[in-house]
Ligand binder design. Structure first.
Ligand code: HEC
Length: 154
């Protein structure tokens, strides 16, 4: 019985430690740049929404109350372009890749199987190429006009 408990607790504890360790690396700006002129190939509709839905909004969504976010900070909601733009540098520094840095802090190791549920599965992780695309998209999006957001209306 003790052996069984150890066998069960071992991987569980290891998973817990890994999940709280937060990747270990420092969040760093990637230095990614948008091609000039902006080719408009990476947009919220063609890239951002899908990326966020696959990797982030299980914890970071505006419809998730604090109790269902698995610790994800409030005001870090990535179910809208506005939400991403409000913390655009943080997204780059936690999940993006570019000439100056490759950040793999987010997503963490353990994820809910459905948005807001308890942590139970390994998080799907973006490929390096997807992280590079994320940072280029963010760089482009920063430079695009966002009249309502720039006016503080969102
Ligand atoms: C399993 C839930 C979960 C998922 C999925 C997840 N996060 Fe997080 N996120 C957290 C938690 C918990 C924290 C707070 C602890 C920390 O900073 O590591 C956090 C913190 C952050 C922060 C830092 C906020 C600050 O204080 O500046 C950013 C930025 C972030 N996440 C972005 C993302 C992005 C982008 C994705 C998708 C690629 C993502 N997260 C996926 C749970 C999650």
């Amino acid at each position: 019985m003790v052996a069984l408990a150890r066998a069960l607790a071992g991987p569980w504890l290891a998973g817990l430690l890994a999940a709280t360790a937060c990747g270990g690396a420092e969040p760093s700006p990637t230095g990614a740049a948008c091609p000039s002129p902006d080719p408009l190939t990476l947009t919220w509709d063609s890239f951002g929404r899908d990326f966020m839905a696959r990797f982030c909004t299980a914890c970071h969504a505006s419809d998730l109350p604090r109790s269902q976010r698995n610790g994800a900070p409030i005001y870090h909601d990535f179910d809208t372009l506005t939400g991403v733009l409000q913390v655009v540098d943080h997204v780059d520094e936690y999940s993006g890749a570019g000439p100056a840095a490759t950040n793999t802090i987010m997503p963490p190791d353990r994820c809910p199987a459905t948005p807001g549920a308890p942590l139970s599965i390994a998080c799907p992780r973006p490929t390096l190429d997807e992280r590079r695309q994320l940072s280029v998209w963010l760089a482009c999006e920063r430079a695009r006009p966002h009249p309502l957001i720039d006016a503080g209306i969102d």
